[in-house]
Ligand binder design. Structure first.
Ligand code: SAH
Length: 245
């Protein structure tokens, strides 16, 4: 690249307190900000006086290409991801776009607080033991593979964190995921459901594997299914790690 700078920035769940200093610095330093419209809005006054390109849900590849092109023109660019940029975020696409263009991977990837961490903190301590993160989106991943991973996580007694549990068009996978996990875990297994963690309108619900489908599960929701040892107490989920107290 022609001496521009390309940051791929994980901004955390969407409030300034949960954004790292490094992320805020990169954005301040940038001439150009590129991101999904909602995430750019979450940056509020950090983008003042900058050139901002925002676009809708499916524009990931276009946003990455634009970021690489602006960087190649010598601009300092921040390409924005919510949560962590390398977890179902923009980091991988940027590296692949650069690879395709034959450019060296000169990019600074700035990590952020991912939805699993923000949701877990709202629920108490459900991720104190081994966990598996599975996205239920079948846009880019075959359903059979998603289901195989759910079965493996169920069999391995992992706490399971579900990203992309549901969308406007995709409503059945969450039922399927729950049915698969019910083959390995009791109906009473705690399930934590957090919508808009760390954002305005944050909502936490604690349910069970049996009853979870009665709860409001939305696109910006993370669902955490406990392992065989997880329990609920006083509105929190705890997955014990084995300390003797
Ligand atoms: N890179 C992001 C994940 C993007 S995938 C990260 O590291 O967090 C999008 C999915 O993340 C959503 O469908 C939802 O399951 C989850 N998610 C993102 N932000 C969230 C939030 N504030 N609260 C709850 N879940 C969230």
């Amino acid at each position: 690249m022609n001496r521009g700078k390309l940051y791929v920035v994980g901004i955390g769940p969407g409030n300034r307190g949960d954004m790292t200093f490094r992320a805020a610095e990169a954005i301040r330093e940038s001439d150009v900000i590129i991101g999904y419209t909602l995430y750019v809005q979450l940056l509020e006054n950090l983008t003042q006086g900058k050139k901002v390109y925002s676009s809708g849900m499916r524009g990931e590849i276009e946003r990455c290409r634009l970021a690489v092109e602006e960087g190649a023109k010598g601009k300092t660019v921040s390409l924005i991801s919510s949560g962590d940029a390398g977890i179902y975020g923009m980091a991988g696409i940027v590296l692949q776009v650069m690879e395709k263009k034959g450019l060296p991977p000169e990019v600074d990837i700035i990590p952020g607080v991912t939805a699993a961490s923000s949701a877990a903190s709202v629920l108490g301590a459900p991720l104190m033991h081994d966990f598996a993160v599975i996205s239920l989106s079948d846009l880019l991943t075959p359903r059979e593979l998603i289901e195989k991973r759910l079965r493996s996580a169920g069999e391995g007694d992992f706490v399971v964190v579900l990203y992309n549990p549901r969308s406007h068009h995709r409503k059945t996978q969450i039922q399927k995921a729950r049915d698969i996990l019910l083959c390995y875990r009791s109906a009473e297994t705690p399930v934590g459901i957090v919508r808009d963690a760390g954002r305005r309108g944050e909502k936490k619900t604690i349910s069970t594997l049996e009853k979870m489908l009665e709860c409001d599960i939305h696109m910006t929701t993370t669902v955490i299914v406990g392992n065989s040892q997880s329990y609920t107490r006083d509105g929190y989920i705890v997955t014990p790690r084995g300390y003797r107290l």
